[in-house]
Design a protein around this ligand. Structure first.
Ligand SMILES: Nc1ncnc2c1ncn2[C@@H]1O[C@H](COP(=O)(O)OP(=O)(O)OP(=O)(O)O)[C@@H](O)[C@H]1O
Length: 320
């Protein structure tokens, strides 16, 4: 049995609505009863449309937010209830690379400071070794030693993403959360960053939580895929089985919507009919119910639990 590195046990995260008549008054689930295990050394892809809770999941994995219900475990330790100080040793082991390296790199700091700071905070290198450690890391991500004396604005988007990657990897994390790491880059640069990610994965003992709405990319990189819809995981599966036998009605639409080169044959997600349901706390049914062409009457009342339909392939649907 593979070792579990990161585990979400029945995790829910509640926020207050930010828009509309009930802004600030009504609460809703950004995540609802998430049960998810991330195994050591795997690439787990998290797929889902905008607002389904992918980044909230990432923030909980990093300990930047605490769940209202449930627990997040890292290597068997429940760190979701830890204080800021208690969490510090775990912070180093789970790092993140965001979509936008402009926003994640402080423009006033030189690359040296950006990379040396985490090493100092976590006391991972004596002062005299910092420059050498930064230089080594920059070379490993395809930049030059001299680049440490420059500022983020002096680099291209792809180079900045290399710096963000270097800053995360310099701490030798166990888990790297990649939150849309290539969405802001053009295609050729995307390919270079992906290549780099795969190289690091090969060398080190690293687990990736790869968050994206780019289906082909997730399928290409991940050994397993989890599909989220409105704060819930609706399907988890090894990638091959997922591609050949998708079960959840939402997953099937998602796979059908992969862009076809021929516009006449393209089926897009806009083909999904109906509105998503009210995400507020009162709604207890399946999140996909109002849009589902195959819904049963029970789907409106009760959310289905994940059921194992093949080895490691779980689906949350009352029809199964
Ligand atoms: N701090 C917050 N306060 C209130 N609502 C929030 C907060 N953070 C996120 N949300 C809302 O929670 C829901 C889930 O957000 P989240 O950012 O996790 O989604 P996402 O799947 O990552 O979307 P995207 O792909 O657009 O980043 C969204 O409706 C979002 O508007």
């Amino acid at each position: 049995m593979d070792k579990i590195t990161l585990e979400f046990r029945d995790v829910s995260k509640v926020y207050h609505l930010r828009r509309g008549f009930f802004a600030g008054k009504k609460a809703f689930y950004a995540l609802r009863h998430i049960n998810l295990s991330v195994y050591e050394n795997e690439v787990l892809g998290i797929l889902g449309e905008s607002g389904c809770g992918k980044s909230t999941l990432a923030r909980l994995a990093l300990g930047l937010e605490t769940p209202e219900e449930g627990e997040v475990f890292f290597e068997g330790v429940n760190f979701s209830a830890f204080s800021e100080k208690e969490r510090r040793p775990y912070r180093r082991k789970i790092q993140i690379v965001f979509q936008d390296p402009f926003a994640s790199l402080n423009p006033r700091k030189k690359i040296y400071e950006l990379l040396a700071e985490p090493l100092m905070i976590h006391r991972l290198a004596p002062k005299r070794e910092l420059r050498a450690r930064v230089a080594e890391m920059l070379t490993r991500v395809g930049l030059r030693e001299e680049d440490m004396d420059r500022y983020p604005h002096q680099f291209s988007g792809g180079q900045r993403q290399r710096i963000a990657l270097a800053r995360a990897l310099i701490l030798s994390p166990k888990v790297l959360v990649l939150d849309e790491p290539t969405s802001a880059l053009d295609v050729s640069v995307q390919a270079q960053i992906l290549k780099l990610l795969l190289e690091f994965k090969k060398i080190g003992n690293l687990t990736y939580l790869f968050i994206s709405h780019d289906l082909p990319l997730v399928l290409f990189l991940s050994q397993r895929v989890a599909v989220m819809y409105l704060g819930r995981v609706v399907e988890i599966s090894p990638t091959e089985d997922f591609m050949s036998r998708p079960h959840h009605p939402y997953t099937r639409l998602l796979l059908e919507s992969v862009p076809e080169p021929d516009p006449a044959r393209r089926k897009l997600m806009s083909h999904i009919k109906g509105e998503p349901p009210d995400p507020t706390l009162e709604f207890t049914g399946c999140p996909f119910f109002p849009r589902c062409q195959e819904a049963l009457s029970s789907c409106e009342r009760e959310a289905p639990a994940l059921k194992e339909i093949a080895k490691g392939h779980f689906v949350a649907c009352h029809r199964l």
